[in-house]
Design a protein. Structure first.
Length: 257
C-alpha cells in the first residue's frame, strides 16, 4: 500500500470515527435533555451550592458556544486548513463540537428547584410528543440539506474516492419553504418541551435560545456573502423561525454565483 492510498484510508477512517462519535453524542443528548436512560440529566436533584452550579453550567455552555460558532467562521476554516487537509476540516469541527457536548454531559450540575411540573398524563404526553417531534425535525432538517456533508463524512468519502468536493447547491426543500431555519426550530422544541422544568433546565434553555438567535445572525451573514442575492431573496420570502399564516409560493432559488 503506497503512501497516497494509506492517506486516503486514514482520512476516511477519521471521518467515520468523528461521525460515529456524533451519533453517540446525539443519542445521549436525547436522554440528557429528556431525563431518561442516561446517568446525567438536566433536571436531577441539586448536588451542590446553587451559585457554584450556575457558574459551572454557564461556563460549560459558553465553551460550547465559542467553539461551535468560532470554528464555523470562514476565517477560522482558512486557518485550520493550513494545518490539516481540507477534507478533514468539517470532521474536525464535528469532533470538537462533540467534545464540547461531552464536557456538558460529564460536568453538568443539576440544581433541582422545579419551575413547573406537569402531573396530568395528557400534559406529559403532549410535552413528550413535542419533544420527540423536535428531535425528528432536527434529524430530517439535516437530511434535507445533505446530512453526511453537514457532518463531514461526504468530504472524506469523496477524498477517499479521489473525487473533487462540490458543496451542496442552495435549495429550499420541505420545511425550508416555511422557515429558513427548521433545524433550529427543532432544537428549540427539544429545549423547552418538558413536563419538568427545573432551574438548571431553564438556564440551559434560555442560554441555548440566546445562542441560537446570535448564531443565526452570524450564519446568515456568511450565507449572504456566499450566495449573494439568492439568499437575500430567500430572507425576504421566508421567515426566520416562525411560519407566516399566509405566504407566497416559494421556488428554490438559483445561485447567482
Amino acid at each position: 500500500m503506497n503512501l497516497t492510498i494509506l492517506q486516503r484510508w486514514l482520512v476516511l477512517a477519521y471521518g467515520v470515527v468523528c461521525y460515529l462519535i456524533f451519533v453517540g453524542v446525539f443519542l445521549y443528548a436525547i436522554g440528557f435533555i429528556g431525563n431518561f436512560l442516561v446517568p446525567t440529566t438536566l433536571d436531577a436533584p441539586a448536588s451542590g451550592p446553587l451559585g457554584t452550579a450556575a457558574l459551572i453550567n454557564l461556563g460549560l455552555l459558553g465553551i460550547f458556544a465559542v467553539q461551535h460558532s468560532g470554528m464555523a467562521r470562514p476565517g477560522f476554516k482558512r486557518w485550520l486548513t493550513r494545518l490539516i487537509p481540507q477534507p478533514l476540516e468539517r470532521s474536525t469541527y464535528v469532533l470538537f463540537s462533540n467534545a464540547a457536548l461531552i464536557l456538558i454531559f460529564a460536568f453538568w450540575q443539576p440544581m433541582g428547584l422545579p419551575i413547573w411540573t406537569i402531573e396530568a398524563a395528557w400534559g406529559q404526553g403532549l410535552m413528550y410528543t413535542i419533544f420527540g417531534l423536535g428531535w425528528v425535525t432536527v434529524f430530517v432538517s439535516t437530511c434535507l440539506i445533505d446530512h453526511f456533508d453537514l457532518f463531514g463524512l461526504r468530504q472524506t468519502w469523496l477524498y477517499f474516492r479521489g473525487r473533487p468536493y462540490t458543496p451542496p447547491t442552495f435549495a429550499c426543500p420541505g420545511p425550508y419553504r416555511v422557515v429558513r431555519h427548521p433545524l433550529y426550530v427543532g432544537w428549540l422544541m427539544t429545549f423547552w418541551a418538558t413536563p419538568t422544568m427545573t432551574v438548571a433546565h431553564l438556564i440551559f434553555a434560555i442560554a441555548c435560545t440566546g445562542y441560537i438567535l446570535i448564531a443565526i445572525q452570524l450564519e446568515e451573514r456568511d450565507l449572504v456573502d456566499y450566495h449573494g442575492n439568492a439568499y437575500r431573496d430567500y430572507q425576504l420570502r421566508v421567515p426566520m423561525l416562525i411560519p407566516r399564516i399566509r405566504r407566497r409560493p416559494l421556488r428554490s432559488p438559483k445561485l447567482d454565483m
